[in-house]
Design a binder for this molecule. Sequence first.
Ligand SMILES: Nc1ncnc2c1ncn2[C@@H]1O[C@H](COP(=O)(O)OP(=O)(O)OP(=O)(O)O)[C@@H](O)[C@H]1O
Ligand SMILES: [Mg+2]
Length: 232
Amino acid sequence: MEVLNTGVTGLDEMLKGGIPKEHIVAVLGSPGTGKSTFALQFIYSGLLKGENCIYLSLEESEDMIVKTASIFGWDLKPFITNKKLVLIRLSAMNIKVTAARVENDLPRLFESFGVKRLVIDPITLYEMMYESESGRREHLFNFAEKIREHGITVVMTSETNNNNPYNSKFGLIEYIADGVILFRQVRQNDLRSVTTVIEVSKMRRIDHSRDIKPYAITKNGIVVHSESEVFN
Ligand SMILES: Nc1ncnc2c1ncn2[C@@H]1O[C@H](COP(=O)(O)OP(=O)(O)OP(=O)(O)O)[C@@H](O)[C@H]1O
Ligand SMILES: [Mg+2]
């Protein structure tokens, strides 16, 4: 099975190589746990391999994304110039336009651009556009179907539920996704420090690790300490 490396070495080890091609993977975490950093790292890793990538942001402007990436040493500009990377910012404020672009324009772009990796950061803002649970479910399901028609590998980030760091805000995408990666903050017993931990709670079709491993956000991006154990 073809897998796509995430750019995070320790996580690729947990995944026995990377994310299986054509999987839709949900990355769940509370604010500041590194979801956007991971999404950028995943995209940059693909760009280095010559893959066409789309980064769809519902939160930050194109300029901010380029700036954030540059802080980690990832220069996106040449890839934008060479049309290997398309950065799209959609406003979650303009619901109708955004929904139409996600559901119509994006699949058209998939066809013309031949995209290999897609990031949606965060999917939560798209989910929030639908008031009813049934509407949200239907639109998200249809969107996932369209993605699957195009052989794209997707990372979609999501906020977690306020009362439960293991579930997404609406508890929906983890069922639609082929894989779920959790980013969590754990308070140490002395209550003086917080450790961030990563786990793969679901990855269809592969025998992934079930370990909980600490990770850090460094100047080079996310680093998983795969040799360490966490007890909590
Ligand atoms: N250059 C850096 N070096 C080390 N850590 C950094 C650096 N830049 C950011 N961070 C850490 O990364 C965090 C932000 O990461 P990121 O934006 O990826 O999180 P997020 O999960 O996407 O957050 P949100 O839910 O707010 O979108 C910061 O709060 C900080 O702790
Ligand atoms: Mg973010």
